[in-house]
Design a protein around this ligand. Sequence first.
Ligand code: BGC
Length: 745
Amino acid sequence: MSVKNIQQLNPTQNCNKEVQVSALLSQMTLQEKIGQMSQFNSDVEKLETLIKNGGVGSVINEVDLDTINELQRIATQESRLGIPLLIGRDVIHGFNTMFPIPLGQAASWSVDLIETCARIAAIESSNKGINWTFAPMIDISRDPRWGRVAESLGEDPYLCSTLGVAMVKGFQGDNLYDSSSIAACAKHFAGYGASESGRDYNTTNIPENELRNVYLPPFKAAADAGVSTFMASFSDLNGIPVTGNSWLLNDILRKEWQYPGLTVSDWESIPQLVTHGFAVDEKSAAFEACNAGVDMEMASGNYAEHLPSLIQNNKLNLEQIDTMVSRILKLKLDLGLFDKPFTDSTEPKEPLNSFHLSVAKQAAIKSCVLLKNNKQILPLSKAKLTTLAVIGPLADDGYEQLGTWAFDGKANHSITCLNAIEDYVGSSVDVKFAMGMETSRCNNFDGFDEAIQVSLSADVAVLILGEEAILSGEAHCRSNIDLPGCQEQLINAVYETGTPIVLIIMAGRPITLEKVLPKVDAILYAWHPGTMGGPAITELLFGEECPSGKLPVTFPRNVGQIPLYYGQKNTGRPASDATFVDIDNIKVRAPQTSLGMTSTHLDTHFSPLFPFGFGLSYTQFEYRDITVSRREITMDESLKITATIRNVGHFDAEEIVQLYIRDLVGSVTRPVKELKGFKRIYIPAGESETVVFEINIDQLAFYNRQMKLKAEPGLFHAWIGSNSDTELKTELELFEAQDELLTKD
Ligand code: BGC
């Protein structure tokens, strides 16, 4: 049966896809079914025959449109059943137009903007014949050593769920059938972000309660939002690698969540079950993965090799295989691939058009986080400057500013900070550039003299430092997250000149900045900002735009504090300033009991350097009058929490208003704060806004001791503020039912 045949079989456009899928299944040989379950890396010569024989369901990493069309032609016209191909690619934060890395986008807390970025990425990549991306990565990431924190949406389940859903919507559009829609993939299910010591692919040990309350919510939200596919994580979860973890993939994903979409393995993660020590050989690895419910294998060909005999020997049953194949066929139908397998190459397509670039600039602007602004050195004023020093290995490097997973973005499309600053100030300011260091990680001081010279003659030195793209991302983890190489010494050298320093950081993770903080007057954290990073940063530097990003991850003071996240548990002996003892204040030969006896380190303060949700503005916002519409509610009621925010500074600006709650007593202990809502609002200078959040039972629920999602009666605190360290607080109380409320003393 060919594409044509399937249309004849079901002449109406809205014909039932289940019927179409069964019609196809009934004609497929076992080999063709297993072919659908196999995804291969693009290698046209090898794939041609395989595709003709019905041995390929999907191809990954082909981006040449003519080649893709040719592969689709072979699949639909030369294979027996004419089934089109899924064409997969990691379209992670843009395709040709590169947006900030996902962690940067998360710092914008801008749901609409993030959806638009994903929409544009879908438009650009679908123009090239791609119909499936392996994004969003919604692994909760609480370890900045882990290189893939760059690809994540940060540490918080609520923020990650909300922004992950926005990405899914952007990639998939209103209707998957639309030619500009691509299938999204919720990855890596689940717990990958908890890799021990932040080392990629490492073991994860996550108690079920923690898994359900912290790591799974973004995946559940993506499933509820209709994400087309899920990717099983590489990692070992509590002793059972996810690729062979039937509890996670079958019991939770399929049975509990009723997820209907396709699941794919990660790259070669099926044969890696042998390396994990979970399967004795590749055949048994194929068995474990298939039995656990991995519908499609990525890259390694294990299914193709071993599933036939496993099925013939009744180790796996055909009914199970049919269910798996039907999910793959269903996705192809949803994407409209049977009707339109080819991508039009004649239509004029303009990636990187002015709209795409303007969104990339907006995304970079909104994702930059102002961490320090001593004596309001920022914004700079063109009129007040004569000479500006621009220093650093990342100031004029179009490639590095793109960050990790920038396969299809080109360095020569980027506008760098140096270019943009020169362009902005024109001839009125003398811009002097010195790289200072050849790369962000080099350890020689050869470029320091030039950097010192340009600083000496400048009114202000803008240092553009951080990490090159390759220092974060998959398998690019660090055990020390200070500025790499001799960047700290470079800052010290410029500091000695007495010229004020504005530090711009481009990086794929939080960098530990405690040591350099006193040396610099301002810090603007730009992550890897993408194609339009230069203009975005320039407009922020000169006050054309006002910084508004907020941290989606906690910034530790030093690596020894990790894991450090705002939603920690209270412990039985919580840290406090009253009990904290610093190592320098320990009396000689003091009795040990004098050391505070609370949950602290002796050699660093227990607080983070910058808390989750933190970010300054050029204006100041004053928060006041937090009120609850009613203090007491029962399980089926809701209430409103309100606060007034006044812009008391001189800039019209956007503020991200955050709502946190704490459930004071639970059948399992609850975090000291949990984000439950946020709003990005615009407030002109001198004006106020009243922000209202609605709280209902769903926001108060958590997985209890019996692993049931339920809210528990009792007292809650609620805060509205500008970051997770906010103190503007109110209370509310939840009752099981009305009569309990009435009889309370
Ligand atoms: C990564 C996935 C990615 C896949 C395909 C793997 O190494 O873990 O996130 O989608 O490669 O490139």
